[in-house]
Write a protein of this length. Structure first.
Length: 323
């Protein structure tokens, strides 16, 4: 994902399959940190298209910044896959406070954010082909009723998350650091789709990130980035590097690559023109999982549009890293 408004990490990491909940996650403290008053963003992901019914994930988000040091964001994501019509839907409301600032020549910012969300999961058992519907020597008979019982077909739970984010912002500095910490599922909801007697709640997930923007010259910015996530005993480490090349005052080309430990490489490209940013990335699965999905990965397309770019006096010079 090129833009940070709907920051996503592809769900190919087998370490997180036990929770079935490793979904796109943005640090709520990053909401609205942008060079405009309003940003509209959209994303589409297609994962493992070699399987019969792959994961498809569309998402949208609206962010608004104010002059009162408060920003708001609303996002919606819908994921569907599989013969059983599995559907995962998540809606989020983000709010952050950006009024903590210090420093003279280099402006330092600390943002604190909170996220209130709902998680909805569902599937349709009638669309499944179950073992006792197969007749030896004959094959599948859809007219046979299965004896399998599915006590839970739909669930919806509330979800609370929070985060803090620091970044430096200065016209004359060539190196600008940033760092963030977010904690998801603070309320540890009990979701009947994924919780068990041994683990009756969704465990909290911790996300830590750090990096720096390096102004290589007048036309080139390079951003280094490291993201670490942990949920229960599962963890993921994602280092990456991205570059932004200014073609002229209105146009810039973006490119880079990220590596998800023991899982995949993700190269990406993007183009920024005036108020538009469009990006594309592809996950190249490098783990043993590539055999199960016939070597296919994840294709992702993103689009962002910014309203009312601000004057240089109030302009953030922080470049949001790909997450």
């Amino acid at each position: 994902m090129i833009i940070c408004s709907i920051a996503g990490v592809a769900q190919t990491d087998p370490h997180f399959s036990q929770y079935y909940h490793f979904t796109p996650a943005i640090n709520p403290a990053m909401t609205g940190i942008m060079n405009g008053s309003l940003r509209l963003s959209a994303i589409y992901r297609n994962q493992w298209n070699a399987v019969m019914l792959p994961y498809e994930t569309p998402g949208i988000q609206v962010e608004a910044s104010t002059n009162r040091n408060f920003n708001l964001g609303v996002s919606f994501m819908n994921q569907k896959a599989g013969d059983g019509g599995f559907r995962y839907t998540q809606g989020q409301l983000n709010m952050n406070y950006t009024g903590i600032q210090f420093g003279n020549s280099t402006r330092h910012h600390i943002a604190i954010g909170i996220q209130a969300a709902f998680i909805q999961r569902s599937f349709e058992p009638s669309k499944l082909r179950l073992g006792d519907q197969w007749i030896p020597g004959v094959g599948y008979n859809p007219g046979l009723n299965s004896n399998d019982v599915f006590p839970v077909r739909n669930s919806i739970v509330p979800d609370i998350s929070a985060g803090i984010f620091y970044f430096a912002d200065a016209e004359e500095q060539t190196i600008l650091p940033f760092a963030g910490l977010a904690v998801y599922h603070l309320n540890q909801p009990a979701d009947p789709f994924v919780t068990t007697k041994d683990l009756p709640y969704i465990p909290m997930r911790f996300s830590m990130q750090a990096g720096m923007l390096i102004k290589a010259n007048e036309t080139t910015n390079i951003t280094t980035h490291l993201l670490y996530m942990q949920q229960g005993v599962a963890f993921s480490i994602i280092p990456g590097l991205q570059a932004k090349f200014y073609i002229n005052d209105e146009t810039a080309f973006l490119t880079g690559i990220y590596y998800r430990s023991k899982d995949s490489f993700t190269p990406f490209v993007g183009l920024e023109y005036k108020k538009f940013v469009v990006g594309a990335s592809y996950d190249i699965t490098s783990s043993d999982l590539s055999r199960s999905v016939n070597g296919t990965g994840t294709t992702e397309i993103s689009l962002s549009f910014m309203f009312d770019r601000r004057t240089p006096k109030s302009n953030y010079r922080f470049e949001c890293p790909r997450l």
